[in-house]
Design a protein around this ligand. Structure first.
Ligand code: FAD
Length: 336
């Protein structure tokens, strides 16, 4: 069970014209352990709703033993990213849930193919730095951006390449020079490294194109790990604040462990589990894949969206954790 932790901004770094990094430490002085590729969920103040919850991947790496670092790129018309870019200064405090997420290599000693586009570099950089510093495998990074000025972490990548010329290859793809990377191009780019574990993060069309390219090359989908940047719809902080609010109770069995939580009615199950530090599986987070599938063994849930489960699956109790909100006051879920 994880509670919200107050973090203090100790430094703001302007990375590009529309992205900043925030270095953060805990107010309590307690360390906040995490694995490369994991993310924080921050509570961002809002005059309209009190607060909104937004997740940001850590671009720092655990072995660096420094402050936690998140890197936020402005989303046009978006609330949370612009609030952070405009308002966070050294001294700002902000609540966060414990680091969470499954976009992390099982071993740092395997050879990795990393693909990132835009702010998708954030978790990828954490994985890359960890693999180079603490693992023995070789890494290739294919990094797509609009133009040279949009490349976040250009200097850090230059230094890493200089320090590990025998283990790291970085290939930059600039839309301004080469146009958008197509499935055909990506198939050619990925081919020499298609036997590796693949980690991909970026805008949806980029990720879809990489997944299709990997499929063309016969890469086992289990080796392709995808992190999707979406805004949370519910408020996973709600239960941390108030266990007695309008919430259901949920019992969840995963990997032989059973946990029981209060489940706010507007929070989808996956967000709740990640916020509580449960390593529930997921991929698309929008009801379009079945990576987060689990089964209701008692009670009832509603799916906000479902593009994959058939009527028979639903009849057997299968649901998508990323879209499930409670209907009954008690629910029992199992991941088999
Ligand atoms: C695991 C994870 C890790 C992430 N890591 C990072 C990271 O490292 N760096 C990063 O920059 N981002 C990251 N994100 C994305 C981040 O959480 C936010 O989704 C992103 O910053 C946009 O949030 P926002 O509040 O600015 O935009 P939102 O306010 O959520 O808006 C997003 C889009 O929706 C539109 N929109 C908003 N409200 C409405 C409405 N009512 N009707 C129609 N359209 C609407 C907006 O115009 C905008 O185009 C991550 C997400 C996840 C899930």
């Amino acid at each position: 069970m994880s509670a919200a932790e107050t973090l203090r901004v100790v430094r703001v770094i302007a990375e590009t014209h529309d992205a900043v990094s925030l270095e953060l430490v805990t107010e309590s002085g307690r360390p906040l352990p995490y694995r490369p590729g994991q993310f924080l969920t921050l509570r961002i103040p809002s005059a309209r709703t009190g607060s909104v919850a937004r997740s940001y991947s850590l671009s720092s790496a655990p072995h660096e033993d420094g402050p936690l670092k998140v890197t936020v790129k402005r989303t046009e018309g978006g609330y949370g990213s612009n609030w952070l870019c405009d308002n966070a200064v050294a001294g700002t405090t902000i609540d966060s849930l414990a680091p969470a997420g499954v976009f992390t290599p099982a071993s740092l000693d395997t050879d990795l193919l990393l693909l990132a586009a835009g702010s998708g570099i954030t978790p990828v950089l954490s994985i890359l730095k960890s693999a180079l510093a603490q693992g023995s495998g070789r890494c290739t990074l294919i990094y797509a951006n609009r133009d040279e000025n949009s490349v976040i972490f250009a200097d850090e990548l230059r230094s890493l390449t200089a320090a590990h010329p025998d283990r790291l290859v970085v290939l930059h793809w600039l839309e301004s020079v080469q146009d958008l990377p197509s499935v055909r191009t990506l198939t050619t780019l990925v081919a020499p490294w298609s036997d590796r574990e693949v980690f991909v993060c970026g805008p949806v069309p980029f990720m879809d194109a990489v997944v299709e390219a990997s499929g063309n090359l016969g890469v086992d989908p289990a080796r392709v790990h995808v992190e999707k940047f979406v805004s949370l719809s519910g408020d996973p902080f709600a239960e941390v604040d108030d266990d007695t609010g309008d919430a259901a109770r949920v019992e969840v069995e995963l990997d032989g462990t059973t946990n029981e939580f209060s489940w706010p009615r507007t929070t989808v199950l996956l967000d709740l589990l990640l916020a509580r530090g449960v390593e529930a599986p997921y991929s698309c987070r929008e009801g379009a894949c079945s990576a987060c599938v689990c089964r209701v063994v008692d009670g009832e849930v509603k799916l906000l969206r479902n593009e994959v489960l058939e009527r028979e699956d639903l009849a057997d109790g299968y649901v998508l954790a990323c879209q499930a909100v409670p209907v009954t006051d008690t629910v029992r879920i199992t991941y088999e």
